[in-house]
Design a protein around this ligand. Structure first.
Ligand SMILES: *Cc1c(COP(=O)(O)O)cnc(C)c1O
Length: 357
């Protein structure tokens, strides 16, 4: 065999691996938008009773698992929409990119936004065009419309609400962008459960619109369940490139259980939305802090010195995400997942202390 460095793509050798923080046990983990709750014992025991029945000796058949009809029912996905399951919505983002990956194809997204849009475009050798947001992370619609007109992208990603800002764009502006887009449009609603609005009700109506969602931010990040809802003309093509057996029996069983107990999820989501409001007010009252309006389960803030605040929080056992350095518009920004009421109180107390001194 030749040398690895000559065999493996140079651009991949130049990449950095996606950094998953090694958070020590017992920390207050607010870096990855996970739900800070798991099923309480009675529900967990009921889930375990179903999991022991799972046929792990057989290949999964997601198509007849019953998960899609349940997703359609719980999230009121239109009848005419077709649903494709992914191993997390990350996989669906990758597959949607693969779907358009012809030589010279273009992928467009807003900046800053979810890093995987760029990553996947580059992985498939596609041109990636980033359209900057306003400094307050709202949509610059004239800039987006001009960029759509100039570059004619095959695929446009819009995170609605957006990560890493938490801001939800105006529905009318997103609708105008979808209308103007010459290619496919993925509306990524990873935070849909925490938002006031959704495009899910339009999925299946328009050929170019694909809405991607996930169970990750509502309590089940460990299951790796994402789903795409769209027009059969596009979902039929997507289904062709989904790896066979991409979902696993245990996750399918657990996801169905979770959806049958969606009242538990809804209760936690309501609690976190109330906590988001309390955290927003508490953070806004701290000296030198700017808080951006969020329709997600996290808050993005700007502080005078993000690196030192990040370090001081970590020394207090609180792990957040340092956004500073990842994009010019995110200078001095940190991203804090909304935690339990107790965790949020600890965050506010520590940030107050850190910023005072
Ligand atoms: C977290 C996140 C995802 C990925 O979710 P998974 O389903 O866990 O892969 C996708 N898009 C956005 C905007 C996210 O924040």
């Amino acid at each position: 065999m030749g040398r690895i460095s000559e065999i493996i793509r140079q651009d991949i050798q130049n990449m950095q691996a996606y950094a998953v923080a090694d958070v020590p046990p017992g920390s207050i983990k607010l870096d990855a938008m996970e739900l800070p709750y798991r099923f309480e014992p009675p529900l967990m025991e009921a889930l375990v009773r179903e999991l022991v029945q799972a046929q792990v000796n057989l290949y999964p058949n997601p198509a007849v698992s019953g998960l899609q009809p349940l997703l359609k029912e719980v999230f009121r996905i239109p009848e005419q929409a077709q649903v494709v399951l992914g191993n997390g919505s990350d996989e669906l983002i990758q597959l949607m990119t693969m779907l358009v990956a012809k030589p010279g194809a273009k992928v467009m997204a807003l900046g800053p936004s979810f890093v995987m849009y760029r990553h996947n475009a580059q992985l498939f050798g596609l041109d990636y065009i980033e359209v900057p947001l306003h400094a307050d992370f709202t949509l610059n619609l004239p800039a987006l419309l001009a960029a759509l007109d100039e570059h004619r992208p095959d695929l446009l990603f819009i995170a609605y609400p957006n990560n890493p800002s938490g801001v939800c764009f105006s529905r009318d502006e997103v609708a105008a962008a979808i209308e103007a887009a010459p290619g496919l449009v993925v509306v990524d609603e990873a935070y849909g459960a925490f938002s006031e609005d959704s495009f899910l009700n339009l999925s299946g109506c328009e050929e170019k619109l694909v809405v991607i969602r996930t169970l990750s931010k509502i309590g089940f990040a460990g299951l790796r369940i994402g789903y795409a809802a769209g027009h059969p003309a596009v979902m039929g093509e997507l289904a062709k490139i989904v790896p066979p057996y991409n979902m696993n029996q245990l996750s399918l069983v657990a996801a169905k259980f979770a959806l049958r107990h969606y009242d538990w999820v809804a209760e936690k989501v309501a609690l976190l939305k109330a906590e988001r409001g309390r955290l927003f007010d508490g953070l806004s009252a701290l000296p030198g802090v700017t808080v951006f309006a969020s329709q997600t389960n996290f808050l993005t803030i700007r502080v005078p010195d993000a690196a030192s605040v990040f370090e001081a929080l970590r020394e207090s056992g609180i792990w957040v995400k340092k956004l500073h350095g990842s994009h010019p518009l995110l200078a001095q920004c940190l991203r804090i997942t909304v935690g339990t009421p107790e965790q949020n109180t600890v965050v506010l107390a520590n940030l107050g202390r850190i910023l005072a001194g």
